[in-house]
Design a protein around this ligand. Structure first.
Ligand code: MD6
Ligand code: FE
Length: 208
């Protein structure tokens, strides 16, 4: 089956609504994850609270505090391992990565962001992983986001990428270290998530 896709840049591909048929299952999984590893507001190394609430699933999880950004094998809030990844979601993620030109991608972590109205995420690069040859696969659920994609420098022109419910975005290769972020969430209501947006990013954090 040929799936609709939109090339954002040379190595960033958007698959509109590709995860939509699994939306209730993915949301149920998110709720199972947060029952073990609750969403929490992390602090940046500079001491500022992040606007999106965060949790993780997988072998490791991404954490931020006064000591910096890193991956941790345990949830610092509970001392317990992070919940495991969901096979059905991982299958969708791996197929999407393959279709975008990244065969063999096997994520070991899913970072889950939860945005309330007004919350966004400033320009950043995802650079805490050990191996930048692996892409990142993102799934968006709930209220639409105004995502932006920049270049390899923090400043400079950006491309606006609207991310809607069920959209899957894959990028890697030469685009892997581009700056990107999310404008503050506009008010609205989604039938499945209410006044919120969830974003799941599947990554390969460890090189082994
Ligand atoms: C978001 N996403 O969409 C934030 N990072 O809420 C990210 O920061 C992101 O979507 C790396 C790759 C894909 C992403
Ligand atoms: Fe990111």
């Amino acid at each position: 089956m040929l799936l609709p896709s939109i090339a954002i840049t040379s190595h960033a591909v958007l698959f509109p609504a590709r995860a939509q048929h699994q939306d209730t299952d993915i949301l149920a999984w998110i709720h199972a994850v947060e029952a073990v590893a609750p969403f929490r507001t992390m602090t940046t190394p500079r001491g500022l609270p992040m606007k999106a609430a965060i949790t993780n699933a997988g072998t490791v999880g991404w954490v931020s505090d006064r000591h910096g950004y890193r991956y941790s094998t345990v949830d610092p809030m509970t001392g317990k391992p992070w919940p495991v990844l969901n096979d059905d979601v991982v299958n969708l993620v791996c197929q999407s990565a393959g279709d975008a030109g990244f065969p063999g991608f096997r994520p070991d972590v899913c970072l889950i962001n939860r945005y309330d109205v007004g919350a966004g995420m400033g320009a950043h690069r995802d650079e805490d992983e050990q191996d930048f040859s692996a892409p990142i696969v993102s799934i968006s659920l709930g209220l639409p986001a105004r995502f932006f994609f920049g270049g390899l420098e923090r400043t400079g022109p950006t491309v606006a990428v609207p991310l809607a419910h069920g959209d899957v975005l894959v990028w890697g290769g030469p685009d892997r270290l581009r700056y990107h972020g999310v404008r503050p969430l506009k008010p609205g209501s989604h039938p499945l998530t209410g006044s919120r947006r969830f974003n799941l990013t599947f990554r390969k954090a460890l090189s082994m």
